[in-house]
Design a protein around this ligand. Sequence first.
Ligand code: ARG
Length: 266
Amino acid sequence: MKRMGWLTSGLAAMVLTAALAGCGAGAGGNNTAATGNNTTAGAAEPTLIMATSADYKPYEFHDTSGGQDKIVGFDIDVANAIAQKLHFKFTIEDMDFDSLIGALQAHRADFVIAGMTPTPEREKSVDFSEIYYQATNVVLTRKGFTVTSLNDLKGKKVAAQLGSVQEDAAKSIPGVQLESLTTIPNVVQEVVTGRVDAAIIEDTVATGYVKNNPNLQINRIPGIKSNGSAIAFPKGSPWVSKFNAAIDEMKKDGELQKLAEKWFSQ
Ligand code: ARG
C-alpha cells in the first residue's frame, strides 16, 4: 500500500514526507484536528487529514504532467473549497479504497473524500455528509460484447474494485467469477487484456477510459439506481454539520455545479 503525505493550502501543494510516513499521522505534530473544535477566529487554522484513494479519475488521481506528482480532481477541488469556507488546511493520505473506512475508525484521518457512496453497512462504521454528486453503475466490456442486464453476466468473469459498491453488485450475479482488484486502472486493464469479460464501474469514471480506448464499450443497465457520493467522517465527528453547511452553500451559489462541469464535462 502506497502512502503519501501532501500539504495543500489553497493554491499551493507541498509534499510533506517524513511527518506522515506510515506513522499514525493522526497523532503527529500539528495534525491535531481529530478533535475538530479548533476553529477559533484568529487562531492558526487547524490541519485536518484527508484520506482518499487517488485511482479514480476525474474524482482524484495523480497528475504528473507538471513534472511533479500531484493529487488532483473534482473531490480535491471540493475539499479545497470546503476548507476555504471552514478555515482549515488539510494534508492528503493516499491509500487503497478498501482501507479508507478503517483509517477513519482508527482516527488516522479526519475525513474521506473518494467518490464514496453511503450505504447502510458503511453507516454502521462512519458518518456521512449529504450527497454532493451522483453516478450510476455501468458495465464496461470490450467492443462487441453487449450487456443489457446484470444477469447477462451470469457465470462470467467480472472485475470490480475491492471494497466498492460495484464489487457488491458483482457479487449478486449468479455464478459470477469475481475478480476484486485494489485499483480502478487495474480493473479496467483486466477488461482491456481480456482476462475478464466485464467490469462494473461508475459511468463518471468509465467515460474517460472509453474515450481513450476505442476497444472498450460502456453498457448502461436500464432501471439501475444511481449512487451518491458523500464525504465520510469518524463516527460522531463535529465536522459533519459544518461540511454539510459548506456543501449546501456550494449547491446554492453554483460553485459545486461549476466544479462538476470542470471535471466531468471534458
Ligand atoms: N462509489 C463507489 C463506492 O463507494 C466507488 C468509489 C471508488 N472510489 C475510489 N476513489 N476508488 O464504493
